[in-house]
Design a protein around this ligand. Structure first.
Ligand SMILES: [Zn+2]
Length: 327
């Protein structure tokens, strides 16, 4: 496990749990709620380490004792992790977990359960878990992880302490994407487009994202230079990749990022620019456009375009009207 990533992703929550553990105030059932990639699993895993660690230091695991190493290897029987089997977590899986629970403990009296995508529990699985939650053992800890807590049965929710995971900060996202081997230009843009780390990683590997990125930049250059090709670019280059409303909306979001960056440059606020590598280009464009009014007009026309798409206006008409408003 990457200890750094918990510290980077959720420093405040980590601090909170270190304190609870140090003061022996750790609860028995938690519901961790937050977007994918916000560190729910890492934090639960980190807490499990601290619980099992043979040599904890001031509320922190040592990362080198026998238990810590066995967790690294995924080989500590008293740490039980459960993820959906296919589309759902089935009652058999929970039963299995309860059997484990009632079996005499293998390693120690402590047991930690981590249930991923807990919203995918079937009703019977959830009900089965409920009986288990009613009387948690003294040394039993349960972590339910979910992206949407409303999808968890209220009877289960009410028995858990709910911990909300904040979306990652943009700079943190960018760092994590870079350390995952994603190209710096993509990391810059992706960290601005989404605060879901897993989604960002998925997009980085998606050919469509790269096509949308390239074509948003090309069209942006045509639009800002009032090139008549901007109009022709719609049927010749854009419609073939914008087959779906969600893609068109995403495309316009990318376009908005370019315009926002350009606006920052025109105000001399280069620090705020997302795509720093494009600074020289932005500067040329800002000089060409002279005043920022054209940029704010363009932003307005794109926002109107998004509204029109949401009202099910056809993509071609929406894009063409953006060109006409920016000539
Ligand atoms: Zn240890």
């Amino acid at each position: 496990m990457n200890e750094m990533s918990v510290k980077e992703k959720q420093p405040r929550l980590l601090e909170l749990f270190v304190r609870s553990i140090r003061n022996q105030r750790l609860g028995h059932a938690y519901l961790f709620e937050g977007a994918r990639g916000t560190g729910k699993k890492e934090l639960a895993n980190w807490i499990a380490r601290t619980i099992f660690c043979e040599n904890p230091q001031d509320g922190n695991p040592c990362f080198s004792c026998r238990s810590c190493l066995r967790i690294d290897e995924g080989n500590l029987p008293d740490l039980i992790e459960l993820a959906p089997d296919g589309q759902s977590i089935k009652v058999d899986q929970i039963r299995q977990l309860k059997t484990e629970f009632f079996k005499s403990s293998v390693e120690s009296s402590k047991k930690v359960y981590i249930i991923e995508d807990a919203e995918k529990m079937t009703i019977s699985a959830a009900n089965s878990l409920l009986t288990f939650l009613e009387e948690p053992g003294k040394d039993t800890y349960l972590f339910l992880l979910t992206t949407v807590k409303e999808n968890i049965l209220p009877t289960i929710r009410s028995r858990c302490q709910i911990i909300h995971f904040q979306p990652l900060k943009r700079e943190v996202m960018e760092e994590l994407l870079l350390s995952a081997g994603i190209d710096s230009q993509d990391a810059e843009l992706l960290s601005a487009v989404t605060n879901d780390l897993e989604e960002a990683k998925g997009l980085a590997e998606d050919e469509l994202f790269h096509a949308l990125k390239e074509k948003s930049w090309n069209w942006f250059k045509l639009l800002t230079s009032s090139d008549p090709m901007a109009f022709i670019y719609v049927p010749t280059s854009l419609l073939e990749i914008l087959k779906d409303k969600s893609h068109s909306l995403f495309y316009l979001d990318l376009l908005l990022f370019h315009y926002r960056d350009l606006l920052y440059v025109s105000f001399g606020n280069e620090e705020a620019v997302v795509q720093k590598k494009q600074l020289p280009e932005y500067k040329k464009m800002a000089q060409f456009l002279k005043d920022s009014k054209k940029i704010t007009q363009a932003i307005e026309s794109i926002l109107q375009g998004k509204q029109a798409l949401n009202a099910n206006v056809q993509t071609q008409g929406v894009l063409e009207s953006i060109v006409l408003k920016n000539q």
